[in-house]
Design a protein around this ligand. Structure first.
Ligand code: NAD
Length: 282
């Protein structure tokens, strides 16, 4: 054990309040690519360009099809040991995790509210573009009624299908006097984070000093989430980053107290094992 690792283990063990920021890199070992990875492109579309309000205004059908494909990928993926390690860590400590992922894998690893706030929404939700209607699918029965048609339109293999969804077959709001188009229940680039998770995260932050900030598999470039790293530091947190890239720019955080370079599914169990013991099987 390197001295710096030992110092990390003992700091982690003595920490009571831990804030985690989780990003797409935690799910890449489960087979869900990041948006920047060319293997994450769908039908030659750059996902970062589809995950915008402008793309949905221009072509809601293509955006819905992309999220169908994405949801399909998330359902066939399985949580990895990194998801399990963070779930255990957060149960054991007075912790809060800000999840930027929308794939449901943290939740399937047992990492759920109140220890986890999925600040970027979920692939298993749809909401109205006009009123406050929200439709929530469960992870075991994820295809919410209004979305069933998407599975029924012959898109058996969503990945290769080029069949476009006619506009009238898109999901519309069932709320009385509404009937407007539903959209995926996720946060797109350029949108602000939803109010409720922010309020709960802020309430947790306000409860006292923070001992440790753990940043796993995220570039932390998206502002609202990245701002929490600085806020945690101001509240006394030491910072630990787990990422494939050891560039401060990449992780949105220059000079963390600890940098663990490597695959989040392997590194995270290793560094938190000392604190929470061995993890079960995935
Ligand atoms: P990002 O693509 O900006 O950053 C991913 C980070 O993970 C990079 O810093 C990369 O170096 C690192 N990384 C890649 N593979 C890794 C591994 N195996 N182990 C450790 N680190 C690894 O992702 P982001 O910061 O989460 O932001 C992108 C946005 O896209 C978010 O809003 C998110 O909602 C959305 N998104 C979600 C998913 C998902 O739900 N799984 C996937 C792609 C994108």
């Amino acid at each position: 054990v390197r001295l710096e690792d030992y110092i990390f283990f003992s700091h982690c063990q003595s920490s009571t309040r831990i804030l985690c920021l989780i990003g797409a890199g935690l799910s890449t070992p489960s087979g869900i690519p990041t948006f920047r990875d060319p293997s994450g492109w769908w039908r030659n579309y750059d996902p970062a360009e589809l995950a915008t309000p402008g793309a949905f205004r221009r072509d809601p059908a293509i955006v819905w099809q992309f999220y169908n494909y994405y949801r399909h990928g998330a359902l066939t993926a399985r949580p990895n040991h990194g998801h399990l390690a963070l779930a255990e860590l957060c149960k054991y400590k007075d912790s809060m995790s800000i999840n930027q992922n929308i794939d449901g894998l943290c939740e399937r690893a047992g990492h759920t509210s109140p220890e986890l706030e999925s600040a970027h929404g979920s692939l298993f939700e749809a909401r109205c573009t006009k009123c406050s209607y929200v439709e929530v699918g469960s992870l075991t029965d994820p295809i919410v009624p209004a979305l069933e048609f998407l599975e029924d339109t012959g898109i058996a293999d969503i990945k290769v299908s080029m069949k476009d969804i006619p506009l009238q077959d898109l999901p519309f709001c069932p709320a009385q006097d509404c009937g407007c188009l539903l959209r995926p229940g996720v946060v797109w680039f350029g949108e602000s984070l939803p109010y409720d998770p922010i309020e709960r995260i802020d309430a947790w932050m306000d409860r006292g000093p923070i001992d440790l900030m753990v940043v796993v598999g995220t570039t932390a470039k998206v502002y609202a989430a990245a701002g929490y790293i600085h806020a945690a530091r101001k509240k006394g947190a030491k910072t630990a980053v787990v990422n494939m890239e050891d560039n401060g720019e990449e992780t949105g955080m220059a000079e963390p107290d600890w940098f663990f370079r490597g695959d989040a599914s392997q590194v995270s169990p290793g560094i938190f094992e000392e604190v929470v013991g061995m993890f079960g099987e995935v």
